[in-house]
Design a protein around this ligand. Sequence first.
Ligand SMILES: C[S@@+](CC[C@H](N)C(=O)[O-])C[C@H]1O[C@@H](n2cnc3c(N)ncnc32)[C@H](O)[C@@H]1O
Length: 236
Amino acid sequence: MAEWSAVKEAVEQALPFYEWISEVISLGLAGPLRRRAIRRLGSSRKDWVLDSGSGPGVSTKLMLHAGFERIVGLDPSLVLLRSTKASLTGNFYPIQAIAETVPLRTGSVAGVITCFSLRDVQDKNRSIEEFARITTADGLLEIVDVGKPDNQLLQGIIRLYISFIMPLVARALIGPRAGINPFKMIIPTFRSLPTNQALTRLVARTYGSAKLHQFQLGGLVIVEAERARVSAKPLD
Ligand SMILES: C[S@@+](CC[C@H](N)C(=O)[O-])C[C@H]1O[C@@H](n2cnc3c(N)ncnc32)[C@H](O)[C@@H]1O
């Protein structure tokens, strides 16, 4: 719990420089992967969609630019929700909550997107079940996050990058502005991540099927799923 609070506070501390440093440490892919996932949700532009772990509002802002009209932004941090609400105009409805217990009605959203946030969620299985519960039949789930490759060699390379190179790069970019390096909190969240295939299986268990896309040697992933339509049983 203390570690989880530290992860949340780290994003609050990183607020002034979160977006551009995320872009650099993801080797320029954080933005394009968010945009790719948002494009997949495009048919739900006019419907309610959930941005889980909306945090500083980076993905929310891209969704608004893409013409989404009803975005619920869920995050446990009031600081981040307030700052996002103040920086965006209209169509953003913040709720302070966690992804394990989403305070939305069953079948109330057409899609869920969660960018660089599922890794911070302590009970990933429960949150995926919640995403499926609140989504309409045929609704989509888009997860964009740091990945943990199943291949041990690739996993070692990504662990090396996240544990040593990424914190150094982030520190050099932050400079003397922040006492601590908030990006270091990616290290414990990477440790507790399931591997890419395990995460895909976890999503498939609830959604019926799921598709994994891997980037940068599997260090970044998109996992996509469409809620299986429950077919009506024929009457005897
Ligand atoms: C790294 S930020 C990602 C922000 C944004 N989605 C983006 O595209 O960059 C992760 C966010 O997840 C939030 N978070 C942490 N634990 C969470 C949980 N259990 N449920 C939902 N969000 C959570 C944090 O407060 C933080 O704002």
